[in-house]
Design a binder for this molecule. Sequence first.
Ligand code: SF4
Length: 288
Amino acid sequence: MNRSGYYFDLADAPMPRFELLSPEKYNRFTVQTSRGCPHLCEFCASSVLLTPKYSVKPVEKVIAEIRRIKSICEHPFIEFADDNSFAARAHYKKLLAALRDEHVKWFTEADISIADDPELLDLMRESGCRQVLIGLESPTVAGLNGIEIRQNWKLKRQPSYLAAVRFIQSRGITVNGCFIFGMDGQTPAIFDDVVRFAEQAGLYDVQVTVMTAFPGTPLYDRLEREGRLTEKRNWRKCTLFDVNYRPTHMTARELELGMIDMARRLYEPAFVESRRRTFKSRMRDDEN
Ligand code: SF4
């Protein structure tokens, strides 16, 4: 496949056969509202490979899909199957205004810049958004330098990560913060850094994965050039939890063991519960 994929006009997308998804058993449905992402991370196995540019599905088409879902499921939970919703801000404000009348609950993936736009956050909440997944990648500058092909957007945003997560959550939208381990420059200190950040931010959910060189990505090509791939073209090691390359500032084994230990701490029920309490109390503080 061409690295930049091919452009597909989402206005031509057919109505999906939602009824094939056993709506009597599952209430979670995916709706693609846009395709692509402007950030071009070198490890990205979706946007960078699938489309040459960001495109959106027309508002009326998204609403039609949601109505079709509602016709077969009384209380659906919608997951926007997007790489990065809201990159076309004006379009999404129209979509969210229309979505408000549909009374559904939904989840999506976005970048941290949504914290700059209180009007957008309020529209998200009013239209049923319950959670947004955000690829923070690293809570410190370690690892962020150079992860995007054309710019250093996330490195520049990192100083505001903590305040941004708190602000989004204060508007009643939970954040699922995603972190990647084993990026160039990260030392074993990264494991404690993420646990500390999750606590300070009161992150409702946390997703952790090992940096993975998927064949076809710019990351794979770079690590191959540098002679650092240890599992060339072995898709069985592309699980996001196996290590298929040599990290720069720790061994592969240190990375694996560090992940396991950190995951134990992050997902320990008392810690999860305390982060969720923090979310609720900060939301109430904001409402008062
Ligand atoms: S921000 Fe996410 S979707 Fe966008 S290029 Fe990076 S990894 Fe891909």
